[in-house]
Structures are given as C-alpha cells and as structure tokens.
Design a protein around this ligand. Structure first.
Ligand code: TTP
Length: 532
C-alpha cells in the first residue's frame, strides 16, 4: 500500500469531521482505526475514500459497516471495537478488515467483495478461551457484545428449562450464554471456541445450528410451543412466579380471558400486576429511574436528613433501560434507618405516587449465621417495599393518559451491611450466583447480601475494613462515579474501631484475610452486563 508514505507528517490534519451524506455506496459506512495508522495517514485515506464516493465516519457508531485498520491484530481491533461500543452505547456488527480491502476498493473505485483474506483474524478467541476464567464474576462482560443471536437462543432454552423446573439445565444454558458474552469478538465457527469452560454438548449443538443456519430448530420449536408462550405470558404478571403459572397451565388456562372466565383467585399483588400489565412490561428508561429516585430522595430527606438513596440493579451496571427500579436506602448511623420506610411510603402514597405497595419487615438476625456452605439463599431479608409507582409519563405508551405504572423495589440496608446489599442488588442474577459459588468453592466462605462469612474459622461475619481494603467482596462495590451517596458520608470509608462495630454482639469483628481483589475480579462491576 503506497497511497501515502507511512512516515508521519509534521502536522497531522484530522480527518474532516462528520460524514457527508450516504455517499455513492449507501450500504457501506467506513471507519478507520487510527492506532498504528497514524492521524495524518488516516486523514489522507479518509479524504481519498470520500473523493471516491465512500462514506467515512470519523467516530464509531452502529451505522458503521466496515472497520479498516492497518498493522493491528484482530484481537486489538476487536478490543477497540468493544471500547467504541461501550463509549457510544451503540451496538453494530461491522466487518473487521485489513487495509488490503481498502486499497483494493480504492483501486476498483467501489467496495470490493469481502474475502476471508481481507478479514482480520479474531480467531484470538481460542487462546482467549483457554484463558477465560471459569466463574462469570471473574470475567469482564461488556454491556454490548457481538454474539447476540447465539446468546438469545441459549437464553430461550434456559428460560424454557426454568419453566419446566429443570434448574440444572437452565443454569447450563445460562452459563454457556455468559461465556459467549465475554468473548472478545463475534464467533465465526464452533472450532474457534476451543476448550472453553462452561459450554456443554447441548449448548454447542445450539451454537452450531445458529452459526450454520441462522436459527436453531429446537429454539424455534420452543418459541412456538403453547406451553412456553403461556408460561411467558403468565410469568410476566407481577406476583406470578413459575409455580403459579405452571399450575394455571395445568388447569388449562391459556389467556387473561381464561383467568377472568374461570374466576381464578388472584392475590392483591397479582391483581395489580394484571391491571398494569402493559405498563409493567414496557421497559423503564433511565430517565424514569432517575426521576423515581429523586421522588424517593425527596421523601427520605423529609423524614431522615443524611439518609441516602442509591439506584442499584441493571441501571447501576450501566443499562439504559430495565424492567424495574431498585433503590437502596441507608443512613450513615446504624439504626437510624429503622422506621424510615413506612414513613416514606406513606408520604409518597399521600402524594398520589403509589398505585400498589406491600412491605416486608427486616428478618435478618446476625446471630442466626448464614446458610450452610453451598446453600442457595439468594433472597435477602432486608426490610423492603414492593411497589408500583404512578410516574409522570415522559412519552411512550402512557403519554396520552399522562402517567405510567413502574415497578419499584425499595430496600433498607443498615449501613454495616450496605456494601454487601449494594453488591447483591447490583446484579446481574447470574453474576451474583457465580460470586457466591466462587466464595463457597474457592474461598470456603459464604457471601450473601448481608455479610461475608469465613466458614473455616467461624461463622462470624467479616466486615469491610476500609475503602482500600483488599477484601474481594468489598472491592467489588467500589465507589463508582454513578454511585452518589453514601460513599462520601459512609463511615465505612474509614476503618471502624472495634467498639464502633455495628455488628454487636459479635465480640471481635474479624478482619478479612488477604484476598487480592485483582485475582478475583479485575473490572468494575458497575460496567458488567446482565447475564440473566
Ligand atoms: P432485578 O431488578 O430483578 O434485575 P435487574 O435490575 O438486573 O434487571 P433489569 O435490568 O431487567 O431490571 O434485580 C437486581 C439485582 O438485585 C439482581 O441481580 C439480584 C438482586 N436481587 C436480590 O438480591 N434480591 C431480590 O429479592 C431481587 C428481586 C433482586
């Protein structure tokens, strides 16, 4: 390629900003990777391509169809792409090409057909696979990834297995999907997977079918099956779990009309769920989650100044939308949070903001100790309120009537348990499950949303020592820029003296053994994907 000398010119003009229209080839949008190519050469190539009628975008977006780089490996460009996707919050699935494709296209005056010799080898997947950590909580999983059709197929089977009560099978498909989400690029062939952990025979067959035919017949059959469709319809009602939906299905119920005609007995929660079914199954936007959080903050401030409200769940992981809003309430002084929830909920109710609510008391006793090692206690015992808010509609389905029903969970955590609550409520469910499995199998500890216990020495809870502590669980909920309070005010930011311990009557709070955070969890959980 001798279009321009590789040597850098003294002043590198940046490529002309903005794409000028669709160009002569509307199906092709180029983006050139500057790394190794250099700014001046990139600017020159951009101008050249535009002169020939190509659209060349300066920054990456989902519109880009061809990413061209020079002297970079496939793995490097795949990593670059992942970063761009995260930055622009946009997906896209462009071809990753070597400069040879660009040179030939310029020579031909049109985009030449992409041949395999033009493609960058992202077969770095196999080596990556061999290095891939076995637990999902040890892997970096980006919000947007390149294997959507594969993970969707596996997750459909996971969901179906869950509907049939086959927890083991459901978990196997979920694990396989989670591994694919952590791959650095798009999987082109099954062989590229190599000996990846967590992908069993059945999942491999599904992957192969999707890679070869674009769909997997088994998945398509499941999606069309009456049982799957009915279970999906019913479990999307707030308050209806797999067991209830399954019973209704066995009784021959298939539609909401059936529920009505057979006078099916519904709980108050299910009635509310059915009444607001459409709204509750419309994604909650981040702006809606934030305005919910502000409303709760205002109420909290009225009754307990200094208390904090933290947005958790998928939104804390960076998702732009979710199915509900999870808010954690705490106060920097242990015990001050008691009684707060009922006052907040009553006030919000009096303001006409609550359509439905039911609360549950805190039932966690530190004396009890945790579940036995390997126990499956994923539910926490914090005081909480399951509610449906009446939120001012900001466009969308509720715009005509002016409001929208939104599911909100309010959870109160005493400050000594707050780091664990925040970690537990950040999710995803699969991440949490894996974290607990890691704790139990690899560290002989028990982690839940209240505490971390060392079962080798005792069942005493370990407490976070300070922000910079090497406790791995603590390090997994670092102060994130999106996490406002209570990190700035939280006393746990400094080491607590034994007498300050909120964990009385434990005689002596055990300090965590040295567990290097980096060996466990290299990334920031706030940027992890939901894998459930
Ligand atoms: P969810 O709100 O159920 O899930 P999410 O926010 O990840 O998903 P979406 O984006 O679709 O809204 O739960 C958030 C996390 O909180 C979840 O990963 C596990 C945890 N959690 C508990 O610890 N206890 C609970 O009772 C529930 C409902 C969730």
């Amino acid at each position: 390629m001798a279009l321009v000398p590789l040597k850098r010119r003294r002043r590198a003009p940046s490529p002309p900003a903005g794409p000028p229209g669709p160009g002569r080839f509307p199906a092709v949008v180029l983006c050139l990777v500057e790394k190794r190519m250099g700014a001046s050469r990139r600017a020159f190539l951009t101008q050249l391509a535009r002169a020939k009628g190509f659209r060349v975008d300066r920054t990456y977006s989902a519109a880009v169809t061809h990413v061209v780089s020079e002297q970079n490996s496939g793995a490097e460009v795949a990593q670059w792409l992942e970063q761009q996707r995260e930055e622009c919050g946009d997906g896209g699935d462009p071809a990753l090409l070597d400069i040879s494709w660009f040179t030939e296209s310029m020579g031909a005056g049109r985009p030449v057909e992409i041949e395999s010799r033009h493609r960058l080898r992202v077969a770095a997947l196999a080596p990556h696979g061999r290095q891939m950590a076995p637990y999902a909580c040890q892997r970096r999983t980006p919000l947007l990834h390149s294997n959507q059709p594969l993970t969707e197929a596996l997750e459909t089977l996971a969901e179906e297995a869950g509907f049939s009560g086959s927890e083991g099978r459901s978990l196997a498909f979920t694990r396989a999907a989670s591994v694919l989400k952590a791959l650095p690029g798009r999987l082109g062939a099954l062989e590229e997977l190599g000996p990846l952990p967590g992908i069993g025979e059945h999942s491999r067959r599904v992957i192969q079918d999707v890679l070869e035919d674009g769909v997997c017949a088994e998945v398509e059959r499941v999606k069309l099956s009456e049982r799957y469709r009915t279970m999906k319809l019913f479990t999307k009602i707030f308050g209806v779990g797999v067991r209830t939906a399954s019973r209704w299905y066995q009784e021959g119920l298939r539609t909401f009309l059936d529920l009505q005609e057979r006078s099916t007995k519904l709980t108050r929660q299910q009635q509310a769920g059915l009444q607001h079914y459409d709204d509750l199954n419309t994604p909650v936007e981040r702006s809606e989650a934030e305005s919910t959080s502000r409303a709760v903050q205002e109420a909290v401030k009225r009754f307990l100044p200094g208390a904090s409200v933290t947005l958790a769940g998928g939104f804390r992981r960076g998702k732009p939308r979710g199915h509900d809003v999870d808010l954690l309430l705490t106060h920097p002084e242990e015990g001050r949070e008691v009684g707060l929830l009922s006052r907040v909920v009553s006030w919000l109710d009096s303001q006409g903001l609550i359509l439905y609510q039911h609360s549950q008391e805190n039932s966690y006793g530190l004396r009890e100790g945790p579940e036995p090692l390997g126990g499956r206690d994923v539910m926490d015992r914090f005081e909480r309120c399951f509610s449906i808010f009446r939120l001012e509609a900001q466009g969308g389905p509720g715009a005509a009537r002016g409001w929208k029903a939104v599911r909100v969970d309010l959870v109160v955590a005493p400050v000594s348990q707050f780091p664990f609550a925040l970690l537990g409520w950040t999710g995803s469910r699969h991440f949490e499950r894996e974290l607990r499995r890691f704790a139990s199998r690899e560290r002989k500890m028990v982690l839940n949303s209240h505490a971390l216990y060392d079962t080798r020495t005792s069942f005493y809870p370990l407490r976070p020592k300070k922000k910079s502590s090497s406790t791995w669980a603590w390090s997994m909920c670092p102060p994130h820029r999106e996490t406002p309070e209570p990190w700035s005010t939280c006393p746990l930011q400094r080491p607590l003296a034994a007498q300050e311990s909120p964990l009385q009557p434990w005689k002596r709070p055990l300090l965590p053994p040295v567990l290097a955070a980096s060996s466990v969890f290299p990334g920031d959980p706030a940027r992890l994907v939901p894998v459930d």
